[in-house]
Design a binder for this molecule. Structure first.
Ligand SMILES: [Zn+2]
Ligand SMILES: [Zn+2]
Length: 267
């Protein structure tokens, strides 16, 4: 849990959120709501920009029943057309996907980026010594952390991604924070910050994952490097986009003096 999180964010009711770029959709199979449902909630909550970024299958080791690239054309993008027709005069609606980065497949990501407005780098799975590992489920030592951090840093350097989702997900299984782990994580955050990608503080780590993320380490490094930061709901249901967890986290980021931005770069 972030240090003094609840104490510092008592006044969360007064916080204003203007944008949110990481939200899901019924198509991934473990979320509810369509793009119209999210847009309606976003309008009701006074947002200027709403981005939906459902999970998309990565080019290798598709471990989860995420959205396939052809379903993006047939069932995902049409939802945005409909939502823009209904709410486009009230709010900017951006299409995105959240996806793992694997080196050697930049063409795959570039093709996706032709379909949607932006890509979110969410490294749930990563390769360690050629084997797919999952940040949520597999045990972690400093070798895993290094492999994860190197993949994420390489993804940031491509310039293909606009948001780095939950960079501290690799701490989910509580690896011992050795000096090597600290250095690898710091190098990843510095690389991300230098690349201009927006680094995310993720409210779903509080809402659904026992507050195993975001971490103090991430907040401290974002502060140290003056990184561009976004606070995301990572909503898997439309009524979560401006819930207490998201509002408190937005308040916390500001109280900590992070460089919170409202607009990400996108196509
Ligand atoms: Zn999800
Ligand atoms: Zn994610």
């Amino acid at each position: 849990m972030l240090k003094d999180f609840y104490k510092l964010t008592d006044d969360y009711g007064s916080i204003e959120i203007k944008s949110n770029y990481h939200n899901h959709n019924y198509l991934c199979g473990h979320a509810s709501g369509n793009v119209c449902d999210y847009a309606e909630q976003a309008v009701d909550n006074g947002l200027d920009i709403i981005g939906i970024s459902d999970h998309c299958v990565p080019p290798v080791f598709p471990g989860a029943p995420y959205v396939l690239p052809d379903v993006i054309d047939s069932e995902y993008l049409p939802q945005f057309d409909k939502a823009r027709a209904l709410y486009g005069d009230k709010i900017e609606i951006l299409s995105g996907v959240e996806i793992e980065y694997f080196e050697g497949y930049d063409e795959y990501y570039a093709r996706l980026l032709k379909k949607v407005d932006y890509l979110v780098l969410g490294q749930h799975e990563y390769l360690y010594r050629g084997i797919a590992r999952d940040s949520f489920f597999d045990g972690v030592d400093d070798g895993n952390v290094a492999a994860y951090c190197n993949s994420v840093a390489a993804g940031c350097k491509t310039g293909l991604f606009s948001v780095l989702a939950h960079p501290d997900l690799i701490f989910y299984r509580n690896p011992p924070v050795t000096r090597k782990v600290e250095l690898e994580f710091e190098n990843m955050i510095k690389t991300a910050s230098d690349s201009g990608i927006a680094i995310e503080l993720n409210a779903n780590g509080i809402r659904n994952h026992g507050f195993r993320y975001p971490t103090d380490m991430l907040v401290d490094l974002c502060k140290k490097y003056g990184a561009a930061v976004v606070v995301s709901a990572d909503a898997h249901s439309p009524n979560c986009i401006c819930d207490e967890f998201t509002l408190r986290l937005a308040a916390y980021a500001r109280i900590k003096g992070l460089n919170v931005i409202d607009r990400i770069k996108h196509g």
